[in-house]
Design a protein around this ligand. Structure first.
Ligand SMILES: Cc1cc2nc3c(=O)[nH]c(=O)nc-3n(C[C@H](O)[C@H](O)[C@H](O)COP(=O)(O)OP(=O)(O)OC[C@H]3O[C@@H](n4cnc5c(N)ncnc54)[C@H](O)[C@@H]3O)c2cc1C
Length: 342
C-alpha cells in the first residue's frame, strides 16, 4: 500500500481493536486510522478507493461489536481524535468525533444546560447522530439543525449537508443507517436563553492532558471516573453542582452501567410489545447466562457484559440464545441495537 508522510501519522499498523470499543473486544487489525481533521478523512477515503480497501468508521465504539478476526483488507477508522467545536451564529458546530458527554461539560463551562442529558452517555457526536441516541425524553434529533457528511459513493463531491427534517429520524433510526455516508459533524441548537459559547475556555479545556487522555480511553470505568471527577471538582466551589448531572450519576450507577465492559442495551425495545426486552429476558430466566467470558447481566436482561477476555463470538452466541428464547415464548425476535462489524 502507498504511504505518504501524512498517512503514516494517521494510520497505525497492527493495532488491537479491543482498545477502540467499550466492549474491549476485537482482534488485531492490519490498519487502524485516527483522522484528526476532515482533510485526513478525505485522504483516507482516497487511499482506500485507490487501493481497493474497505473502510469501517466508528466513534467511541460504545454501540459496536468489533470482530475477533479483523479483515486485513479493511481500514478501521476511529473518529475519536476528530474534535472541533466552534460557534456558528446561533448554532454550535461540533465535529463527529467529539464525545457526546463533553457537550454537557461545554454547557456547564459556557452557561447552557441543553446538553446535560448527554452527561455520562458514552459515544461521539457522529455515533449519536447515526443511532439517534436518547436519554429518557431527550433525543439527539431534537437538538440538531444540520448534519455534514461525505458520501462514500461520491467522495469527490466533498462535504455535503442535510437538514434535520430530512434525516428520517425515529426511535434509534436515522437515514445514516441506510446510506454510505460518513458523518463529519453537525450544527447543534442551543436553546438556553442568553447562553454565550465560551470558545477559548472550551478549547483550553479540551487541550488539557487529562481530558485528551480520557478521550483516548475506551474503558467504561475510566470514563465514569473522569466525568465524576469533573463534578467533584465543582463541589466546594462557588457554583452549584448541576442537579441534572447528579441525577444521571445516580441513575446510571444504579443500573451498573460502568461495572463491566459492555455496549449498553444490546436490543432495541419494540413498543408494540409493551414490555422492555430486559424484562422479557428476565421472565425467561436468561439473566446471568454465560458463553465463554460473556454474560447476560445478572442485573439487567438487555445488557451483555464482557467479564474479562470475552470474544465477539461469545456475545453473538448470547444474542442468538436471547432471540430464540423470546421467539419461542413471545413470538418476538428482538432486533439488535448493537452494530456487529463483520
Ligand atoms: C454504558 C452504556 C450506556 C449507554 N446508554 C445509552 C443511552 O442512554 N442512550 C443511547 O441512545 N445509547 C446508549 N448507549 C449506546 C451508545 O453509547 C450510543 O448508541 C452512542 O450514540 C454510540 O456512539 P459511538 O460513537 O460509540 O458509536 P459507535 O459504537 O462507534 O458506532 C455505532 C454506529 O454508528 C456508526 N458511526 C459512528 N460514527 C460515525 C460517523 N462519524 N459517520 C457515520 N457513521 C458513524 C458506526 O459505523 C456504527 O454503525 C450506551 C452505551 C453504553 C456502553
Amino acid at each position: 500500500m502507498f504511504w505518504d508522510h501524512r498517512l503514516t501519522q494517521i494510520c497505525k499498523e497492527n493495532e488491537n481493536l479491543s482498545k477502540y470499543s467499550t466492549y474491549e473486544i476485537g482482534g488485531m487489525a492490519r490498519f487502524v486510522a485516527k483522522p484528526r481533521c476532515t482533510e485526513d478523512i478525505v485522504l483516507l477515503l482516497d487511499l482506500a478507493q485507490s487501493s481497493g480497501m474497505q473502510t469501517v468508521m466508528f466513534g467511541m465504539g460504545s454501540n459496536l461489536l468489533l470482530p475477533d478476526h479483523p479483515d486485513p483488507e479493511t481500514i478501521y477508522i476511529s473518529m475519536r481524535d476528530h474534535i472541533e467545536v466552534m460557534p456558528r451564529g446561533d448554532l454550535l458546530y461540533v465535529s463527529a468525533g467529539t464525545p457526546l458527554s463533553m457537550l454537557s461539560l461545554f454547557g456547564d463551562l459556557s452557561g447552557f444546560t441543553d446538553y446535560h442529558f448527554t452527561f455520562l452517555l458514552p459515544g461521539t457526536l457522529g455515533g449519536g447522530v447515526y443511532m439517534n441516541a436518547k436519554y429518557f425524553d431527550n433525543v439527539m434529533c431534537d437538538y440538531l439543525d444540520t448534519v455534514y457528511y461525505i458520501d462514500l459513493d461520491t467522495p469527490g463531491r466533498g462535504i455535503q449537508s442535510i437538514h434535520v427534517d430530512d434525516c428520517q429520524f425515529a426511535y434509534k433510526q436515522s437515514i445514516f443507517q441506510h446510506q454510505p455516508w460518513f458523518i463529519t459533524g453537525a450544527d447543534l441548537k442551543i436553546k438556553t436563553a442568553g447562553a454565550v459559547f465560551d470558545f477559548e475556555r472550551i478549547n483550553g479545556y479540551l487541550n488539557q492532558p487529562l481530558v485528551r487522555e480520557s478521550i483516548d480511553n475506551s474503558s467504561l470505568s475510566s470514563f465514569y471516573r473522569f466525568y465524576r471527577s469533573y463534578l467533584a471538582s465543582l463541589e466546594g466551589g462557588n457554583k452549584p453542582v448541576p442537579e441534572a448531572m447528579m441525577n444521571v450519576v445516580h441513575d446510571r450507577t444504579g443500573k451498573n452501567h460502568f461495572d463491566y465492559p459492555s455496549c449498553g442495551s444490546v436490543f432495541k425495545n419494540d413498543y408494540t410489545i409493551g414490555t422492555p426486552v430486559g424484562k422479557l429476558v428476565e421472565s425467561v430466566g436468561l439473566k446471568g447466562t454465560a458463553r465463554g467470558n460473556a454474560m447476560i447481566s445478572p442485573v439487567h436482561g438487555n445488557v451483555i457484559q464482557n467479564r474479562g477476555g470475552a470474544m465477539a463470538a461469545d456475545v453473538i452466541e448470547l444474542i442468538k440464545i436471547v432471540q430464540e428464547a423470546l421467539h419461542k415464548s413471545f413470538n418476538f425476535v428482538p432486533e439488535p441495537e448493537l452494530v456487529i462489524v463483520k
